[in-house]
Design a protein. Structure first.
Ligand code: SAH
Length: 392
Protein backbone atom coordinates (compact mmCIF):
# COMPACT_ATOMS: atom_id res chain seq x y z
CA UNK A 1 0.00 0.00 0.00
CA UNK A 2 1.34 3.44 -0.87
CA UNK A 3 1.83 6.19 1.67
CA UNK A 4 0.85 9.82 1.15
CA UNK A 5 2.40 12.45 3.40
CA UNK A 6 0.62 15.57 4.61
CA UNK A 7 2.13 19.03 4.80
CA UNK A 8 2.96 20.18 8.30
CA UNK A 9 -0.18 21.14 10.26
CA UNK A 10 -2.51 19.61 7.68
CA UNK A 11 -3.31 16.66 9.94
CA UNK A 12 -5.56 18.80 12.16
CA UNK A 13 -8.79 18.15 10.27
CA UNK A 14 -8.06 14.41 10.21
CA UNK A 15 -7.49 14.42 13.95
CA UNK A 16 -11.03 15.82 14.12
CA UNK A 17 -12.22 12.95 11.89
CA UNK A 18 -13.04 15.04 8.84
CA UNK A 19 -12.97 12.38 6.11
CA UNK A 20 -11.56 14.40 3.19
CA UNK A 21 -7.93 15.16 2.37
CA UNK A 22 -7.60 17.97 -0.15
CA UNK A 23 -4.85 17.69 -2.75
CA UNK A 24 -3.29 20.93 -1.46
CA UNK A 25 -2.69 19.29 1.92
CA UNK A 26 -0.34 16.70 0.46
CA UNK A 27 3.42 17.21 0.33
CA UNK A 28 3.36 16.21 -3.31
CA UNK A 29 0.83 14.76 -5.68
CA UNK A 30 2.01 11.21 -6.28
CA UNK A 31 2.16 10.06 -9.87
CA UNK A 32 2.40 6.34 -9.20
CA UNK A 33 -0.91 6.03 -7.35
CA UNK A 34 -3.90 4.92 -9.37
CA UNK A 35 -7.42 6.33 -9.09
CA UNK A 36 -9.36 4.38 -6.50
CA UNK A 37 -6.35 2.81 -4.82
CA UNK A 38 -6.38 2.45 -1.05
CA UNK A 39 -3.60 4.55 0.47
CA UNK A 40 -2.11 5.20 3.89
CA UNK A 41 -2.16 8.83 4.97
CA UNK A 42 0.55 9.99 7.38
CA UNK A 43 1.29 13.30 9.07
CA UNK A 44 4.43 15.22 8.23
CA UNK A 45 6.09 13.48 11.15
CA UNK A 46 5.08 10.10 9.79
CA UNK A 47 2.25 9.29 12.23
CA UNK A 48 -0.51 7.18 10.69
CA UNK A 49 -3.74 9.11 10.19
CA UNK A 50 -5.68 6.28 8.58
CA UNK A 51 -6.53 4.71 5.23
CA UNK A 52 -8.58 6.05 2.38
CA UNK A 53 -9.45 5.96 -1.30
CA UNK A 54 -7.20 8.02 -3.53
CA UNK A 55 -8.73 10.11 -6.28
CA UNK A 56 -7.42 12.67 -8.75
CA UNK A 57 -9.12 15.97 -8.03
CA UNK A 58 -9.46 18.55 -5.32
CA UNK A 59 -10.50 15.89 -2.79
CA UNK A 60 -7.47 13.61 -3.07
CA UNK A 61 -8.35 11.06 -0.39
CA UNK A 62 -11.67 10.00 1.15
CA UNK A 63 -10.86 8.41 4.48
CA UNK A 64 -12.36 4.99 5.14
CA UNK A 65 -10.82 4.49 8.56
CA UNK A 66 -8.85 6.53 11.06
CA UNK A 67 -7.20 3.33 12.24
CA UNK A 68 -5.21 0.65 10.50
CA UNK A 69 -7.97 -1.92 9.83
CA UNK A 70 -7.84 -3.64 6.44
CA UNK A 71 -10.48 -2.53 3.96
CA UNK A 72 -11.77 -5.98 3.03
CA UNK A 73 -14.98 -8.01 3.07
CA UNK A 74 -15.14 -7.89 6.85
CA UNK A 75 -14.74 -4.08 6.82
CA UNK A 76 -17.79 -3.70 4.57
CA UNK A 77 -19.74 -6.36 6.45
CA UNK A 78 -19.28 -4.40 9.69
CA UNK A 79 -20.05 -0.98 8.22
CA UNK A 80 -23.14 -2.21 6.39
CA UNK A 81 -24.37 -4.03 9.50
CA UNK A 82 -23.93 -0.78 11.48
CA UNK A 83 -25.92 1.09 8.85
CA UNK A 84 -28.73 -1.47 8.94
CA UNK A 85 -28.82 -1.48 12.74
CA UNK A 86 -29.46 2.27 12.69
CA UNK A 87 -32.29 1.99 10.12
CA UNK A 88 -33.89 -0.79 12.16
CA UNK A 89 -33.58 1.30 15.33
CA UNK A 90 -35.29 4.14 13.44
CA UNK A 91 -38.14 1.79 12.55
CA UNK A 92 -37.69 2.43 8.85
CA UNK A 93 -37.45 -1.14 7.59
CA UNK A 94 -41.06 -2.29 7.91
CA UNK A 95 -43.46 -4.19 5.69
CA UNK A 96 -45.33 -0.93 5.03
CA UNK A 97 -42.11 1.02 4.47
CA UNK A 98 -39.76 -0.81 2.14
CA UNK A 99 -38.03 2.28 0.67
CA UNK A 100 -35.23 3.87 2.67
CA UNK A 101 -31.58 4.84 2.44
CA UNK A 102 -29.23 2.24 3.90
CA UNK A 103 -25.93 4.01 3.24
CA UNK A 104 -25.51 7.78 3.09
CA UNK A 105 -21.83 8.19 2.28
CA UNK A 106 -19.84 10.00 4.94
CA UNK A 107 -22.93 9.91 7.19
CA UNK A 108 -22.43 6.16 7.43
CA UNK A 109 -18.62 6.29 7.45
CA UNK A 110 -18.52 5.05 3.86
CA UNK A 111 -17.45 8.10 1.82
CA UNK A 112 -18.34 7.77 -1.84
CA UNK A 113 -21.08 5.17 -1.38
CA UNK A 114 -24.85 5.54 -1.51
CA UNK A 115 -27.26 2.61 -1.19
CA UNK A 116 -31.04 2.92 -1.34
CA UNK A 117 -33.26 -0.05 -0.54
CA UNK A 118 -36.49 -0.74 -2.42
CA UNK A 119 -37.88 -3.97 -0.99
CA UNK A 120 -35.70 -6.85 -2.21
CA UNK A 121 -33.51 -4.54 -4.31
CA UNK A 122 -30.55 -2.40 -3.32
CA UNK A 123 -29.68 0.42 -5.72
CA UNK A 124 -26.05 1.33 -5.28
CA UNK A 125 -24.21 4.45 -6.43
CA UNK A 126 -20.47 5.02 -6.32
CA UNK A 127 -19.35 8.63 -6.07
CA UNK A 128 -15.65 7.73 -5.94
CA UNK A 129 -13.47 5.52 -8.15
CA UNK A 130 -12.49 3.58 -5.04
CA UNK A 131 -16.07 2.50 -4.33
CA UNK A 132 -16.53 1.73 -8.02
CA UNK A 133 -13.62 -0.70 -7.92
CA UNK A 134 -15.09 -2.39 -4.84
CA UNK A 135 -18.65 -2.61 -6.20
CA UNK A 136 -18.68 -6.41 -6.47
CA UNK A 137 -17.44 -6.83 -2.89
CA UNK A 138 -20.05 -4.40 -1.60
CA UNK A 139 -22.83 -6.06 -3.61
CA UNK A 140 -21.92 -9.47 -2.18
CA UNK A 141 -21.96 -8.10 1.35
CA UNK A 142 -25.33 -6.43 0.80
CA UNK A 143 -26.92 -9.71 -0.25
CA UNK A 144 -25.26 -11.57 2.62
CA UNK A 145 -26.28 -8.98 5.23
CA UNK A 146 -28.47 -10.65 7.84
CA UNK A 147 -31.83 -8.96 8.33
CA UNK A 148 -31.71 -6.99 5.09
CA UNK A 149 -33.29 -9.57 2.75
CA UNK A 150 -31.94 -8.07 -0.44
CA UNK A 151 -31.65 -10.40 -3.43
CA UNK A 152 -30.96 -7.90 -6.20
CA UNK A 153 -28.25 -5.28 -6.42
CA UNK A 154 -28.54 -2.71 -9.17
CA UNK A 155 -25.47 -0.58 -9.81
CA UNK A 156 -26.05 2.93 -11.12
CA UNK A 157 -23.05 5.20 -11.26
CA UNK A 158 -22.98 6.56 -14.80
CA UNK A 159 -23.72 10.09 -13.58
CA UNK A 160 -22.09 10.04 -10.16
CA UNK A 161 -18.49 9.07 -10.90
CA UNK A 162 -15.98 11.71 -11.91
CA UNK A 163 -16.08 11.82 -15.67
CA UNK A 164 -12.34 12.42 -15.87
CA UNK A 165 -11.59 9.11 -14.18
CA UNK A 166 -12.63 7.48 -17.46
CA UNK A 167 -14.17 4.48 -15.73
CA UNK A 168 -17.16 4.32 -18.09
CA UNK A 169 -19.30 2.48 -15.57
CA UNK A 170 -22.20 0.54 -16.97
CA UNK A 171 -25.51 0.57 -15.17
CA UNK A 172 -26.88 -2.88 -14.48
CA UNK A 173 -27.59 -5.63 -12.02
CA UNK A 174 -24.49 -6.93 -10.21
CA UNK A 175 -26.61 -9.58 -8.52
CA UNK A 176 -30.10 -10.82 -9.42
CA UNK A 177 -32.34 -8.89 -11.79
CA UNK A 178 -35.89 -8.57 -12.98
CA UNK A 179 -36.91 -7.31 -9.53
CA UNK A 180 -40.33 -5.97 -8.49
CA UNK A 181 -40.38 -2.22 -8.94
CA UNK A 182 -43.10 -1.23 -6.50
CA UNK A 183 -41.94 -0.15 -3.04
CA UNK A 184 -43.95 1.26 -0.17
CA UNK A 185 -43.38 4.40 1.86
CA UNK A 186 -45.53 4.79 4.95
CA UNK A 187 -48.08 2.47 3.41
CA UNK A 188 -48.23 4.32 0.09
CA UNK A 189 -47.09 2.56 -3.06
CA UNK A 190 -44.56 3.94 -5.51
CA UNK A 191 -43.23 2.63 -8.78
CA UNK A 192 -39.47 3.00 -8.60
CA UNK A 193 -37.71 3.24 -11.95
CA UNK A 194 -34.06 2.75 -11.10
CA UNK A 195 -33.31 1.83 -14.71
CA UNK A 196 -34.33 5.15 -16.20
CA UNK A 197 -35.20 7.42 -13.27
CA UNK A 198 -33.15 10.18 -11.65
CA UNK A 199 -30.80 9.33 -8.80
CA UNK A 200 -31.67 5.85 -7.56
CA UNK A 201 -35.20 6.20 -8.93
CA UNK A 202 -36.94 7.94 -6.04
CA UNK A 203 -36.28 10.78 -3.62
CA UNK A 204 -36.40 8.93 -0.32
CA UNK A 205 -35.07 12.05 1.41
CA UNK A 206 -38.46 13.80 1.37
CA UNK A 207 -40.28 11.09 3.35
CA UNK A 208 -40.66 13.05 6.59
CA UNK A 209 -41.52 16.26 4.77
CA UNK A 210 -44.17 14.47 2.73
CA UNK A 211 -45.61 13.13 5.99
CA UNK A 212 -45.81 16.67 7.38
CA UNK A 213 -47.47 17.87 4.18
CA UNK A 214 -50.06 15.10 4.46
CA UNK A 215 -51.05 16.40 7.89
CA UNK A 216 -51.78 19.85 6.38
CA UNK A 217 -53.54 18.69 3.22
CA UNK A 218 -57.09 18.14 4.39
CA UNK A 219 -59.52 20.21 2.36
CA UNK A 220 -56.74 22.14 0.65
CA UNK A 221 -56.08 22.85 -3.00
CA UNK A 222 -52.52 21.65 -3.50
CA UNK A 223 -50.02 22.54 -6.21
CA UNK A 224 -46.96 20.28 -6.34
CA UNK A 225 -44.25 21.91 -8.45
CA UNK A 226 -41.33 19.78 -9.72
CA UNK A 227 -43.34 16.67 -8.88
CA UNK A 228 -41.02 14.02 -10.42
CA UNK A 229 -42.60 10.74 -9.16
CA UNK A 230 -45.44 12.59 -7.46
CA UNK A 231 -44.39 11.80 -3.90
CA UNK A 232 -45.91 14.95 -2.42
CA UNK A 233 -49.01 14.57 -4.60
CA UNK A 234 -49.77 11.05 -3.38
CA UNK A 235 -49.38 12.13 0.27
CA UNK A 236 -51.58 15.19 -0.30
CA UNK A 237 -54.34 13.01 -1.76
CA UNK A 238 -53.92 10.62 1.14
CA UNK A 239 -54.28 13.52 3.56
CA UNK A 240 -57.64 14.48 2.08
CA UNK A 241 -56.72 17.34 -0.26
CA UNK A 242 -59.64 18.78 -2.22
CA UNK A 243 -57.58 18.80 -5.40
CA UNK A 244 -53.94 18.22 -6.31
CA UNK A 245 -52.17 19.56 -9.38
CA UNK A 246 -48.70 18.22 -10.20
CA UNK A 247 -46.26 20.00 -12.50
CA UNK A 248 -42.97 18.86 -14.02
CA UNK A 249 -41.23 19.92 -17.22
CA UNK A 250 -40.49 16.29 -17.99
CA UNK A 251 -43.30 14.36 -19.66
CA UNK A 252 -41.82 11.17 -18.25
CA UNK A 253 -42.14 12.53 -14.71
CA UNK A 254 -45.76 13.43 -15.36
CA UNK A 255 -46.44 9.87 -16.54
CA UNK A 256 -44.71 8.48 -13.42
CA UNK A 257 -46.78 10.75 -11.19
CA UNK A 258 -50.03 9.78 -12.88
CA UNK A 259 -49.18 6.09 -12.54
CA UNK A 260 -48.36 6.45 -8.84
CA UNK A 261 -51.56 8.36 -8.16
CA UNK A 262 -53.59 5.76 -10.05
CA UNK A 263 -51.91 2.89 -8.17
CA UNK A 264 -52.85 4.38 -4.77
CA UNK A 265 -56.14 6.06 -5.64
CA UNK A 266 -57.62 4.34 -8.69
CA UNK A 267 -60.10 6.51 -10.55
CA UNK A 268 -59.59 9.49 -8.22
CA UNK A 269 -60.57 12.64 -10.10
CA UNK A 270 -58.99 15.07 -7.61
CA UNK A 271 -55.62 14.87 -9.36
CA UNK A 272 -54.28 16.42 -12.58
CA UNK A 273 -50.71 16.56 -13.86
CA UNK A 274 -49.17 19.06 -16.27
CA UNK A 275 -45.96 18.75 -18.29
CA UNK A 276 -44.86 22.36 -18.20
CA UNK A 277 -42.04 24.63 -17.10
CA UNK A 278 -42.52 25.61 -13.46
CA UNK A 279 -41.95 29.32 -13.94
CA UNK A 280 -44.31 29.48 -16.91
CA UNK A 281 -46.97 27.51 -15.06
CA UNK A 282 -46.76 29.69 -11.95
CA UNK A 283 -47.02 32.83 -14.05
CA UNK A 284 -50.34 31.62 -15.44
CA UNK A 285 -51.80 30.62 -12.05
CA UNK A 286 -54.59 32.87 -10.79
CA UNK A 287 -53.89 34.53 -7.45
CA UNK A 288 -55.25 32.39 -4.63
CA UNK A 289 -56.04 29.35 -6.80
CA UNK A 290 -54.07 27.12 -4.42
CA UNK A 291 -53.73 27.18 -0.68
CA UNK A 292 -50.79 24.80 -0.41
CA UNK A 293 -47.87 25.06 -2.82
CA UNK A 294 -44.82 22.76 -2.86
CA UNK A 295 -41.62 24.07 -4.43
CA UNK A 296 -39.05 21.28 -4.60
CA UNK A 297 -36.79 22.09 -7.55
CA UNK A 298 -33.64 20.26 -8.62
CA UNK A 299 -30.37 21.54 -7.15
CA UNK A 300 -29.94 25.02 -8.66
CA UNK A 301 -26.26 25.05 -7.58
CA UNK A 302 -24.39 21.84 -8.20
CA UNK A 303 -21.13 23.67 -7.46
CA UNK A 304 -20.06 26.67 -5.44
CA UNK A 305 -19.37 28.58 -8.68
CA UNK A 306 -23.07 28.56 -9.51
CA UNK A 307 -24.10 29.96 -6.14
CA UNK A 308 -25.10 33.50 -7.15
CA UNK A 309 -27.31 32.36 -9.98
CA UNK A 310 -28.79 29.64 -7.79
CA UNK A 311 -29.77 32.11 -5.08
CA UNK A 312 -31.39 34.34 -7.69
CA UNK A 313 -33.26 31.27 -8.96
CA UNK A 314 -34.55 30.40 -5.48
CA UNK A 315 -35.62 33.99 -4.92
CA UNK A 316 -37.49 34.17 -8.23
CA UNK A 317 -39.23 30.83 -7.72
CA UNK A 318 -40.23 31.57 -4.15
CA UNK A 319 -41.46 35.05 -5.00
CA UNK A 320 -43.75 33.49 -7.60
CA UNK A 321 -45.01 30.86 -5.14
CA UNK A 322 -45.54 33.28 -2.25
CA UNK A 323 -47.29 35.79 -4.51
CA UNK A 324 -49.79 33.23 -5.80
CA UNK A 325 -50.76 31.25 -2.69
CA UNK A 326 -54.17 32.03 -1.18
CA UNK A 327 -54.32 34.11 2.02
CA UNK A 328 -53.84 31.76 4.96
CA UNK A 329 -52.06 29.34 2.64
CA UNK A 330 -48.88 27.37 3.05
CA UNK A 331 -45.73 27.15 0.94
CA UNK A 332 -43.46 24.15 1.40
CA UNK A 333 -40.18 25.30 -0.13
CA UNK A 334 -36.95 23.33 -0.48
CA UNK A 335 -33.36 23.44 -1.64
CA UNK A 336 -31.32 20.29 -2.12
CA UNK A 337 -28.19 22.20 -3.24
CA UNK A 338 -25.31 21.26 -0.99
CA UNK A 339 -23.49 24.44 -2.01
CA UNK A 340 -26.36 26.59 -0.67
CA UNK A 341 -26.30 26.92 3.11
CA UNK A 342 -29.38 26.95 5.31
CA UNK A 343 -28.81 30.67 5.99
CA UNK A 344 -28.36 31.54 2.32
CA UNK A 345 -31.53 29.69 1.38
CA UNK A 346 -33.48 31.41 4.11
CA UNK A 347 -32.15 34.76 2.96
CA UNK A 348 -33.27 34.01 -0.62
CA UNK A 349 -36.76 33.14 0.67
CA UNK A 350 -36.76 36.27 2.87
CA UNK A 351 -35.94 38.40 -0.19
CA UNK A 352 -38.70 36.65 -2.11
CA UNK A 353 -41.23 37.33 0.66
CA UNK A 354 -40.15 40.98 0.88
CA UNK A 355 -40.58 41.31 -2.88
CA UNK A 356 -44.23 40.25 -2.59
CA UNK A 357 -44.86 42.47 0.44
CA UNK A 358 -47.07 39.80 2.04
CA UNK A 359 -47.03 38.85 5.71
CA UNK A 360 -45.04 35.62 5.91
CA UNK A 361 -44.17 33.47 8.89
CA UNK A 362 -41.98 30.38 9.15
CA UNK A 363 -43.89 27.48 10.71
CA UNK A 364 -41.35 24.71 10.24
CA UNK A 365 -37.69 24.43 9.36
CA UNK A 366 -37.11 21.16 7.57
CA UNK A 367 -34.14 19.01 6.78
CA UNK A 368 -33.18 15.55 5.55
CA UNK A 369 -34.51 12.48 7.38
CA UNK A 370 -32.64 10.30 9.84
CA UNK A 371 -31.67 7.72 7.23
CA UNK A 372 -29.56 10.50 5.67
CA UNK A 373 -27.47 11.13 8.80
CA UNK A 374 -24.93 13.92 8.96
CA UNK A 375 -21.55 12.89 10.33
CA UNK A 376 -20.89 15.66 12.87
CA UNK A 377 -17.28 15.87 11.68
CA UNK A 378 -18.47 16.32 8.09
CA UNK A 379 -21.03 19.16 8.05
CA UNK A 380 -20.93 19.09 4.22
CA UNK A 381 -23.22 16.06 4.48
CA UNK A 382 -26.17 18.29 5.30
CA UNK A 383 -27.79 19.26 2.02
CA UNK A 384 -31.58 19.32 2.21
CA UNK A 385 -33.26 22.33 3.73
CA UNK A 386 -36.83 23.44 3.66
CA UNK A 387 -39.23 25.96 5.14
CA UNK A 388 -42.95 25.81 5.64
CA UNK A 389 -44.31 29.31 5.25
CA UNK A 390 -47.65 30.66 6.39
CA UNK A 391 -48.65 33.40 4.02
CA UNK A 392 -51.37 35.96 4.76
N1 SAH B 1 -40.25 16.77 -5.56
C1 SAH B 1 -39.76 15.55 -6.13
C2 SAH B 1 -38.30 15.63 -6.55
C3 SAH B 1 -38.01 16.74 -7.51
S1 SAH B 1 -36.67 16.40 -8.56
C4 SAH B 1 -39.96 14.39 -5.15
O1 SAH B 1 -40.41 14.60 -4.02
O2 SAH B 1 -39.67 13.27 -5.52
C5 SAH B 1 -36.72 17.76 -9.63
C6 SAH B 1 -37.75 17.66 -10.76
O3 SAH B 1 -37.81 18.95 -11.34
C7 SAH B 1 -37.39 16.71 -11.89
O4 SAH B 1 -38.41 15.76 -12.05
C8 SAH B 1 -37.26 17.62 -13.13
O5 SAH B 1 -37.80 17.03 -14.32
C9 SAH B 1 -38.07 18.82 -12.74
N2 SAH B 1 -37.69 20.09 -13.38
C10 SAH B 1 -36.47 20.57 -13.63
N3 SAH B 1 -36.54 21.81 -14.14
C11 SAH B 1 -37.85 22.13 -14.20
C12 SAH B 1 -38.60 23.29 -14.64
N4 SAH B 1 -37.98 24.37 -15.09
N5 SAH B 1 -39.93 23.26 -14.53
C13 SAH B 1 -40.58 22.18 -14.07
N6 SAH B 1 -39.94 21.06 -13.65
C14 SAH B 1 -38.60 21.03 -13.72
Amino acid sequence: MKTLKLKRGKEDSLLRFHPWVFSGALVSMPDDVAEGEIVRVVSNDGALMGLGHFQIGSIAVRMLTFGDEPVDDSFFRTRLADALRLRKALGLARPDNTAYRLVHGEGDFLPGLVVDIYGPTAVMQAHSPGMHLLRETIARQLVALEGLDVTNVYYKSDTTLPFKAGLNPENGYLIGGDAPTVATENGLKFNIDWLRGQKTGFFVDQRDNRTLLRSYSHGRKVLNMFCYTGGFSVYALDGGAELVHSVDSSAKAVTLTEANVEMNFPGDTRHRAYAEDAFKFLASVEDGAYDLIVLDPPAFAKHRSALRNALRGYQKLNAAGIAKVAPGGLVFTFSCSQAVSREQFRLAVFSAAAQTGRRVRILHQLTQPADHPVNIYHPEGEYLKGLVLYVE
